[in-house]
Design a protein. Structure first.
Lengths: 155, 109
C-alpha cells in the first residue's frame, strides 16, 4: 500500500507492508548501521539508536548541495517506533536537490503473520519541493505517474 | 551534480515508446530477464537487448548476472534528473522496502 497524502502545505509518503519476520528481527535490521546500509543502500555515518544522535547519509549531489543528508534521531521506542529528521538540499536547486526538511518515521506492529512496518516520510513542502518539471511538457509528468502507478500495482 | 545533459539523456532514453514500455515492465517487476521481457512484447529479443543497453547507459536499469541468466532491475535514482524530492522518495522507499524484504529473507530465512 502506498499513498501520498495531502495536508495543508505539506505532503507525506507512506509505505506500509507486512514482513514475515518478528518485531525483534525487523527492529535490529532498522537500527544496526551495517544492516541499515544494506537495504537503504547508503551507509549511515554516526548512527546510534539514541535520541539526539546525529548521523548522515551520502547521496547524489546536486548543484551547490554536496549530497549529504543530515539526520538526527528524534524518538526511539525499541521494537515499536524510530523517528529521525532527514534534512538536505540547497536553496539554489529546484526539484531534486532543493531544500529538504523532513521527518522519517518507522512504526512496527506485530500482526498474525509477522510484522507490519509503516514508513511515513513527512514534511515535503509545497511548492518548495514541488516539481522540477517547470518548462517540461505534461507528457513527462505522465510518464512518471504511469511508472508510479505500475509499480504501485505490484505492492 | 544534476545537469541538463543528464536530463536530456534520460528524456531521450524514455522518449521511445517501446523502450519506455520495457522500462515500465522492469519497474513493475522485482527482477526480470530478457526472455521474460521479450515474451508478449511484440518485438525481438535482440531489440529488447538494445533497449536494455540504452536504459543501462542512462542509469535507469542495473543488471545482475547469475549463471547463464542476467536479471534486470530498475534504478529509481536514474530518474532523479526528472523528478522532485517527493517523487524521488516515493520511488526510493518502495525500492528500499523491496531490498529490506530480500535482506530479511537472507538473515532470517
Amino acid at each position: 500500500m502506498n499513498d501520498a497524502a495531502v495536508m495543508a502545505g505539506s505532503r507525506e509518503i507512506i509505505v506500509d507492508e507486512v514482513f514475515p519476520h518478528t518485531l525483534d528481527v525487523i527492529w535490529k535490521t532498522l537500527t544496526t548501521p551495517a544492516t541499515m546500509g544494506r537495504w537503504i543502500k547508503m551507509a549511515p555515518t554516526g548512527f546510534e539508536p539514541k535520541v539526539g544522535a546525529r548521523f548522515t547519509y551520502q547521496t547524489t549531489p546536486a548543484g551547490e548541495w554536496n549530497g549529504v543528508i543530515q539526520c538526527q534521531v528524534l524518538e526511539v521506542i525499541p521494537n515499536e517506533r524510530l523517528v529521525y529528521a532527514w534534512k538536505g538540499g540547497h536553496e539554489g536547486n529546484v526539484g531534486y536537490g532543493s531544500r529538504l526538511d523532513t521527518v522519517v518515521t518507522f512504526t512496527l506492529a506485530a500482526v498474525e503473520n509477522g510484522t507490519r512496518l509503516r514508513l511515513v516520510h513527512s514534511g515535503f513542502m509545497l511548492p518548495r519541493n514541488e516539481t522540477a518539471f517547470k518548462g517540461m511538457s505534461e507528457g513527462w509528468k505522465g510518464v512518471i505517474q504511469r511508472i508510479d502507478a505500475v509499480s504501485s500495482e505490484q505492492d | 551534480m544534476i545537469e541538463v545533459p543528464a536530463i536530456t539523456a534520460v528524456m531521450r532514453t524514455l522518449a521511445d515508446p517501446t523502450r519506455r514500455a520495457v522500462f515500465e515492465r522492469i519497474v513493475g517487476s522485482d527482477e526480470i530477464t530478457v526472455v521474460e521481457l521479450t515474451r508478449g512484447s511484440g518485438v525481438t529479443q535482440g531489440a529488447i537487448s538494445q533497449h536494455l543497453k540504452s536504459l543501462k547507459l542512462a542509469g535507469l536499469v542495473a543488471e545482475r548476472p547469475q549463471g547463464r541468466k542476467v536479471y534486470y532491475r530498475a534504478e529509481p535514482e536514474g530518474l532523479a534528473p526528472l523528478v522532485d524530492w517527493m517523487d524521488h522518495y516515493a520511488l526510493f522507499w518502495r525500492d528500499r522496502f523491496a531490498n529490506l524484504r530480500t535482506l530479511l529473507r537472507e538473515i532470517d530465512p
